[in-house]
Design a protein around this ligand. Structure first.
Ligand code: SF4
Length: 113
């Protein structure tokens, strides 16, 4: 089907709903929290939904999609490197998921401001 001249595999609204449900479930059941900036998180969610709609999978929005397509599931969210990235810097490269201690530390910093 076509939307605004772009061929889409999943309707954008449906894609956004699927991404939001995935993110909510991953955070509820998993080891990580959300990166503590709502606007950043929302931007990543939009990017994931865009990739799901146009490319059929939740390819990482902070990586080159065409390159990711050649890597199987490695760069489909939650991507393979996100555990190592979170362990190293406190959050995944897109700044969607973050270590719970990183989230807690950021909250303390903000409270002290
Ligand atoms: S960097 Fe984060 S948002 Fe991007 S695919 Fe990996 S886990 Fe998902």
């Amino acid at each position: 089907m076509a939307a605004s001249g772009i061929f889409v595999l999943v309707e954008k609204g449906e894609a956004l709903g699927r991404v939001r449900r995935f993110v909510e479930s991953y955070v509820r059941k998993g080891a990580y929290g959300l990166y503590p900036e709502v606007a950043v998180v929302e931007n990543v969610i939009e990017g994931l939904a865009e990739n799901l709609a146009v490319h059929g999978k939740m390819y990482c929005p902070c990586a080159d999609v065409e390159a990711s397509k050649g890597k199987g599931a490695e760069m489909v969210c939650p991507c393979t490197p996100h555990h190592a990235d979170i362990a190293r810097q406190g959050y995944c490269d897109c700044a969607l998921f973050a270590a719970r201690d990183f989230v807690a530390a950021e909250a303390l910093v903000r409270k002290a401001r």
